[in-house]
Design a protein around this ligand. Structure first.
Ligand code: NAD
Length: 328
């Protein structure tokens, strides 16, 4: 069976070799992200696998469908880059990858700790040989209420990680997770906003979650709340966040994802003038940590992503079904 992998990264190479061999897949690798410019390369490939930086909007899917593609497997958990309605209209079935949630959950805990312990300030001072500590006083997890928004695979793993710190954990989800009954107290969203010292976002990007954190919801937060986002940049209205940080309503933020990050994160722009003013502003704030969509990036997760992506396509092509298919 022939599969084309877009956005094939060098770090995925060993896993691609291993699982393509195991599954009897002849793999064509394209390092570039799927886009209107290179969608024609998929002509004749029934199965296509992509990452979240790929454009799988309607115009691209139309080219894929015309070339004979029937299955698209995201090697990522998020699949908001796939136009689901267009895929269904074109008869393309698609799946995502349920890779190690601990990759992101561990990172979220790191960002929470960096925020409450003022790590950016400590490191910046160190770099300038300023070894003073005044102004870098932190807070302890056990004294904090941490609100987890979205308690699926990653939110649940984050809650399990955080439980070791004795923090008070509250959660909000449209479908509460029964496995968390001992760890998390579910509350309405507004209560989570009002009670949390730290809000950690783990909901997917959908029409309802876009700008879930906005001027109105920020107003309902505790003064000095901290926002951590390891989900999708569009969950936060970035302009509203910047204003709230300037007004000191929000005391710190840690963002692994950012609105309009596509084309910026995961690439070297050293010699360029970047057209992303919000990124420049956020990076300049001493109380904001920006990481570059790194949370997933562990040895385990990369191996899982490639394995699930290829297994899903093999399953689609051989049996007409995939355990990872997105049907909703
Ligand atoms: P999941 O589907 O297991 O969990 C998502 C949870 O969010 C579900 O329980 C769902 O009911 C809940 N949810 C849906 N709409 C909601 C809403 N309006 N309010 C509150 N909760 C809502 O997904 P997951 O594997 O835990 O991943 C969560 C998200 O994390 C992904 O969709 C992706 O966007 C993001 N992610 C980021 C990275 C990264 O590297 N930063 C890596 C993987 C995933």
């Amino acid at each position: 069976m022939n599969v084309i992998a877009y956005a094939a990264r060098a770090y995925e190479s060993d896993a691609f070799d291993r699982f393509a061999d195991e599954l009897g897949i002849t793999l064509t690798r394209v390092p570039q992200n799927l886009s209107l410019d290179n969608a024609h390369l998929a002509k004749g490939f029934e199965g296509v696998t992509i990452l979240s930086a790929c454009d799988a909007g309607a115009p691209v899917l139309e080219i894929l469908a015309a070339g004979g593609t029937r299955f698209v497997a995201a090697r990522t958990a998020g699949y908001n880059n796939i136009d689901a309605a267009a895929a269904r209209r074109l008869g393309i079935r698609f799946s995502n990858a349920d890779y190690s949630p601990n990759s992101v959950a561990d990172f979220a805990v790191m960002l929470i700790l960096m925020s409450i312990r003022k790590a950016k300030t400590i490191i910046a001072r160190n770099n300038a040989q300023d070894y003073t500590i005044v102004g870098a006083q932190g807070r302890e997890m056990r004294n904090l209420t941490i609100g987890i928004v979205g308690t699926g695979r990653i939110g649940a793993a984050t809650a399990k990680n955080l439980s070791g710190f004795d923090a008070c954990l509250i959660g909000y989800d449209v479908v509460p997770n029964p496995a968390l009954k001992e760890l998390v107290t579910y509350v309405p969203f507004e209560e989570l906003l009002a009670e949390s010292d730290v809000i950690s976002l783990h909901a997917p990007l959908t029409a309802t979650t876009r700008h879930l954190i906005n001027a109105d919801t920020i107003r309902k937060m505790k003064d000095g709340a901290i926002v951590v986002n390891c989900a999708r940049g569009e969950l936060i209205d970035t302009e509203a966040l910047i204003e709230a940080i300037e007004e000191k309503k929000i005391s710190a933020a840690a963002l692994d994802v950012l609105e309009n990050e596509r084309g910026i994160f995961h690439a070297d722009h050293r010699d360029e003038i970047l057209k992303h003013r919000q990124l420049a502003i956020l990076r300049a704030f001493p109380n904001v940590v920006v990481t570059t969509h790194n949370a997933f990036f562990t040895d385990q997760a990369v191996c899982d992503m490639v394995e699930v992506g290829l297994r899903s396509l093999a399953s689609f092509v051989r049996t007409g079904a995939s355990p990872w298919e997105i049907k909703a």
